[in-house]
Design a protein around this ligand. Structure first.
Ligand SMILES: Cc1ncc(COP(=O)(O)O)c(C=O)c1O
Length: 430
C-alpha cells in the first residue's frame, strides 16, 4: 500500500481533507533532495506568471502590509466582475475557492440537511457537507465510456429533498466537463420539480421561476475575457418566492468552475434563469496563483448577501488582493499557461500511453491514469515517490482507487515522470 496519504481520518474525528506527503516528508522518507521533490498531486502550475513575480518584487501594493486589506475588496471585485462577465454586486471574494465552499456550506447547509454530489468529485464537497452535520447523497457518475458524466436523472431525483447540489465542471478528478446541455437540463428539472412540489401543496404556480435558458455558455474571447452568450448580466425579473410559504425553493446549485479557463467556457449566465446558482472561480489553476489563495463566488446579489455574513474579515492578504486584481485585469496573462498545459498534456499523455499506462482524456491541467487495480495504483505511487514524484492517490474505498491523478507540470518535471513510467514494470506490481 502506498505510504501516502499521510493523514488519516479517525471515525471519532470530523470528516477532513486528506493530503499527500509533504515535500519534507518525501525527502526524509526516500532520501531525495528537497528541491527534487515534484508535486504532481495538487493541480497547480510549475511557475507563477511573470506579472505576479514583478509585482511581488516591487513591494508596491495597493496599501501597506501593515494594514488589513480593504473590507469590501472593491478593486478586486470589480476586476473579477469584468473578467467573469457579472456585476460587482454578484461577486464574493474568498481565500481560495475552498473558503467559498465553506461559506456556502455555512449559509445553506443546515445540520440535518443534505447535499447531492455526483461522485467522484472534489473531496471538499463531502467534507464541508459532513462537517455541517448534513448528509451526503452521493450519486455515482457514469463510467469512463460516458466520459464520467453525471447521471442527470439520478442527480435530479436525489436533489428533490436536498439543500445543496455540488457540481464541478470540468470535474476534478475525472478531468472532463459535463456534456453540453446536461447542467441546463438539470436546472430546468429542478425548477420544474420545485413548481410541481409547490402545486402539490396547493400553493399555486411557483412565483417568479423563470425557465432555464437553452444551452448557452459564456465563451472566452482570444484575450481570455469571458463574454456571456446569454446576455451576461441579465437578472430574471422576479426571484423565486421564499417568504410567502407558497412554494419550496429549489436547492442551491453550486457549480465549481475552478478549471473553466481550460475550456474557455462558463455557465455563469444561467443564474439569470436559475436564481439559486452559485458559480465558483479561482486564481489557483489557470492563473497559476494558488499560493495567493484567492477565489470567488459569482451569484445573484440576493444569494451573495446570504453568503456575506459568514465571510471572515480580511481573509485575503494585501499582496494577494493586489496581484490577483492586476492579473484579472491583464488580457494576456492566461495565454502562456494555457498553451503550456495544452502542449505538455498532449506530450505527457502520449508518452505515458507509450509506456503502457492507460491515460484518460483531459481538458484540464491534470490527467487520470487507470492502473487497473488499487494494488497496482498503490505500487506505482510508491515507485513514483521513491523518485521524488508525488502523485494524487485515492483511498482504498474510493471509486477511483485503481487510478492516480497526475498534474501536468513543467517540461523537465514531466520528463522525469515519463522516465519513471518507462522504468516501472507494471507486471511486477500485480
Ligand atoms: C474543483 C476544485 N475546486 C476548488 C479547489 C480549491 O481551489 P482553491 O485553491 O481556489 O482553494 C480545487 C483545488 O484543487 C479544485 O480542484
Amino acid at each position: 500500500m502506498s505510504p501516502t496519504p499521510v493523514t488519516f481520518t479517525s471515525s471519532s474525528q470530523p470528516s477532513s481533507y486528506t493530503w499527500e506527503a509533504t515535500d519534507e516528508e518525501v525527502s526524509a522518507r526516500y532520501g531525495i533532495p528537497l528541491d527534487q521533490v515534484a508535486r504532481f498531486d495538487l493541480n497547480t502550475s510549475p511557475a507563477p506568471p511573470e506579472l505576479a513575480v514583478r509585482l511581488l518584487a516591487s513591494h508596491a501594493f495597493d496599501r501597506s502590509i501593515s494594514e488589513y486589506p480593504p473590507s469590501d475588496y472593491r478593486r478586486l471585485s470589480v476586476a473579477a466582475a469584468a473578467r467573469y462577465g457579472v456585476e460587482s454586486e454578484e461577486v464574493l471574494v474568498g481565500a481560495g475557492a475552498d473558503e467559498i465552499l465553506d461559506l456556502i456550506a455555512k449559509a445553506f447547509l443546515p445540520p440535518g440537511g443534505s447535499a447531492v454530489i455526483p461522485t467522484p468529485s472534489y473531496a471538499m464537497y463531502g467534507v464541508e457537507t459532513a462537517q455541517r452535520g448534513a448528509t451526503v447523497r452521493a450519486v455515482p457518475r457514469l463510467g469512463p465510456s460516458a466520459r464520467f458524466a453525471m447521471d442527470v436523472d439520478e442527480v435530479r431525483a436525489a436533489a428533490r429533498k436536498a439543500d445543496v447540489v455540488w457540481l464541478c465542471s470540468p470535474n476534478n478528478p475525472t478531468a472532463l466537463p459535463e456534456p453540453d446541455g446536461a447542467i441546463e437540463a438539470l436546472l430546468a428539472g429542478l425548477l420544474s420539480d420545485a413548481r410541481t412540489s409547490g402545486a402539490g401543496q396547493g400553493s399555486g404556480p411557483a412565483a417568479g421561476l423563470a425557465p432555464v435558458a437553452p444551452p448557452g455558455a459564456a465563451t472566452a474571447s482570444s484575450s481570455g475575457r469571458e463574454t456571456a452568450s446569454i446576455p451576461g448580466n441579465e437578472i430574471a425579473p422576479t426571484p423565486p418566492s421564499t417568504h410567502n410559504g407558497r412554494m419550496p425553493e429549489p436547492p442551491i446549485v453550486v457549480l465549481d468552475e475552478a478549471y473553466a479557463e481550460f475550456v474557455g467556457r462558463s455557465l455563469v449566465s444561467l443564474r439569470a434563469s436559475y436564481p439559486r446558482l452559485i458559480v465558483i472561480r479561482t486564481a489557483s489553476k489557470a492563473y497559476a496563483l494558488a499560493g495567493l489563495r484567492v477565489g470567488f463566488a459569482l451569484a445573484r446579489p440576493e444569494i451573495i448577501s446570504r453568503l456575506a455574513p459568514f465571510r471572515p474579515p480580511g481573509s485575503v492578504a494585501v499582496p494577494s488582493v493586489h496581484i490577483v486584481t492586476e492579473a484579472l485585469l491583464d488580457d494576456g496573462i492566461l495565454t502562456l499557461n494555457l498553451d503550456r498545459v495544452e502542449r505538455e498534456r498532449a506530450r505527457l499523455t502520449v508518452a505515458l500511453q507509450d509506456a503502457g499506462w492507460s491515460v484518460g482524456p483531459s481538458v484540464t491541467n491534470f490527467v487520470l491514469v487507470d492502473l487497473g487495480s488499487a494494488a497496482r495504483a498503490a505500487g506505482v505511487a510508491e515507485e513514483l515517490l521513491r523518485r521524488g514524484l508525488v502523485p494524487r492517490t485515492f483511498g482504498p474505498t474510493h471509486p477511483l482507487a485503481h487510478c492516480l491523478r497526475i498534474t501536468v507540470r513543467s517540461e523537465p518535471e514531466n520528463d522525469r515522470l515519463i522516465a519513471a513510467a518507462r522504468e516501472i514494470s507494471l507486471g511486477d506490481l500485480e
